[in-house]
Write a new protein. Structure first.
Length: 171
């Protein structure tokens, strides 16, 4: 029976080793699970807090950026203001030049209108004179109406001057 007792002893030793191994594994798992699990939870909580803080910071920065952009749109940029003043001065000069050209053009138009009116009057006067001359030329060029002149008595012969009533005229 020696063999049986050895086998029982061997089984007991193997059982003890397996039991100790399983107990050690269980102790190691419980010992490491709690700290590791809590550390993981702590890290997740910490990262979530940082993420929330980053979101809040980003929102704050976006609000500030929107405010600055709004102020920049309403506030004049000094350089842009100077450029606009320069453009305004150039535009004012151009407007002044154009106004003076317009005034000269208007004076020129008035002069030309006066000249036109003067030439119209001269032209109408010349037309009247031309028509008068044409009518005179027509009257001169037209054949004269045949007018019958009364016949005068025949002139007396040269020796009989006393008898004629026109003797005084012959002298």
């Amino acid at each position: 029976m020696g063999n049986r007792d050895d086998l029982r002893m061997l089984a007991r030793r193997v059982g003890i080793h397996v039991g100790v191994f399983l107990a050690g594994a269980l102790i190691a798992f419980v010992y490491s699970y709690a700290p590791l699990h809590s550390a993981k939870n702590w890290k997740i909580d910490y990262l979530e807090e940082r993420l929330d803080a980053s979101r809040l910071q980003i929102e704050d920065l976006e609000r500030n950026l929107a405010d600055v952009q709004k102020k920049m749109r309403t506030r004049a940029d000094p350089e842009a203001f100077r450029l606009l003043q320069g453009e305004l001065a150039v535009t004012d000069d151009t407007i002044g030049d154009l106004e003076s050209k317009l005034a000269r053009s208007q004076r020129r138009v008035k002069d030309l209108e006066r000249s036109r009116d003067s030439w119209k009057a001269k032209h109408s006067e010349a037309e009247l004179k031309r028509e008068a001359l044409l009518s005179e030329i027509e009257s001169i060029n037209s054949p004269a109406p045949e007018v019958e002149f009364p016949l005068l008595p025949a002139a007396p012969a040269p020796g009989a001057e006393e008898d004629t009533p026109h003797a005084e005229l012959a002298e």
